[in-house]
Write a protein that binds this ligand. Structure first.
Ligand SMILES: *Cc1c(COP(=O)(O)O)cnc(C)c1O
Length: 348
């Protein structure tokens, strides 16, 4: 039973050359600082096994994941000491796992600092919360002896509003500078993708881009520098002619105003093609737009083939995953669009 399955009817293509170029561009925009890479959530849905080797070969040396469960996939491609775990050690078991593997915890609280030191201590990173109020020690805790006891490589903080021209940015920058003076560390890190576009004042020693690596453009300043990376395509499974008045899909929400030729496409909400991408949106073939008819199903969506009478079953259609445009059209953030890419798109 180890036959190779037939080719899938939907596919995700990741342009690893564009990914590498994006990392190099963000590294250059970081000035004297080096760029790392946020590779959490399976590289924002694009696949660790595809993306991490490309980032490594481009020169990236520091990789950020959220969960301990994400470490194993990344360390197939890079040294464990290069992998930072943003959620930090939540339990003693996390400390033991970090220690056995050599991946590095990001300490987010005095409790985590105590836990890490009690487990034997050693190199770690520290997150300071300068205003996003999510994870990290408070600046007022900087002088605590349990922080002083740590061997801190990267001291970091995270910007809440870097994709906007908000006074919050300068405020967090000032707060981070102030706290960095009081906590001994080897490298300081503040900027995510959007933060890189705020200028080299925000870069310190290491930047942490995620979204822009994968083709997202969180600020206009990055528009010329970032290449698209992800391409999603699905095939027509079946085409049919319907009479005026016939309906399409669940709940018959679309009724044909005239005789129509329609096609059923092999992508649905289980693949991250959410229902809010239904009517009003289209799939693409060459220069032609094929409007979506009726509700998006779990594994299928139906399109109007009026503009493409030549297409039949087996034709590949492009599913717009231009994460910047789609986000505007659908009130979905580009982060959501990417991280929703379904597992079936990786099955080839
Ligand atoms: C996800 C994340 C990043 C990357 O942010 P982008 O906006 O995707 O560039 C950087 N730092 C931290 C702490 C993160 O959680």
């Amino acid at each position: 039973m180890n036959e190779v399955p037939p080719p899938p009817s939907l596919r995700l293509t990741v342009d690893t050359a564009a990914l590498a170029a994006n990392w190099r561009a963000l590294d250059a925009l970081s000035g004297a600082a080096r760029a790392g890479a946020a590779v959490k959530a399976d590289c924002y849905g694009l696949g660790v096994d595809t993306c991490v080797p490309a980032l490594r070969d481009a020169g990236c040396e520091t990789f950020f994941v959220a969960h301990w469960s994400e470490v194993a996939a990344v360390v197939r491609h890079v040294q464990p000491a290069q992998v930072a775990v943003l959620h930090g050690p939540l339990t003693e078991a996390d400390c033991a796992y970090a220690r056995s593997l050599g991946a590095v915890p990001v300490i987010n609280s005095l409790e985590q600092a105590v836990r890490w030191t009690a487990s034997g201590g050693g190199r770690c990173h520290v997150m300071v919360d300068t205003g996003i109020n999510r994870l990290g020690i408070a600046p007022s805790e900087a002088g605590d002896p349990v922080i002083a006891a740590l061997d801190i490589d990267i001291l970091m903080s995270h910007l809440a509003c870097a994709d906007e021209n908000s006074a919050m940015n300068a405020g967090q920058l000032a707060a981070f500078r102030e706290v960095a003076d009081r906590i001994p560390h080897r490298r300081a890190s503040l900027a995510n993708s959007a933060g890189i576009a705020l200028g080299t004042d925000y870069a310190f020693d290491l930047t942490r881009p995620g979204l822009a690596l994968y083709g997202g453009v969180p600020r206009d300043e990055l528009a010329g520098a970032i290449l698209p990376v992800a391409r999603v395509e699905a095939t027509l499974l079946q085409c049919r002619s319907i009479a005026a008045g016939e309906s399409v899909g669940y709940n018959s929400t679309f009724a044909a105003p005239r005789p129509m030729r329609v096609g059923t496409v092999s992508i649905g909400y289980a693949d991250g093609f959410l229902r809010l991408r239904g009517p009003g949106n289209a799939l693409i073939h060459g220069a032609r737009r094929l409007p979506i008819l009726g509700k998006v199903s779990m594994d299928m969506v139906v399109v109007d083939l009026a503009e493409a009478p030549d297409l039949g079953a087996g034709a590949w259609l492009t599913v717009p995953w231009d994460i910047n445009d789609c986000a505007q059209q659908n009130a979905l953030s580009p982060y959501e669009l990417l991280t929703l890419i379904g597992r079936r798109l990786h099955a080839h």
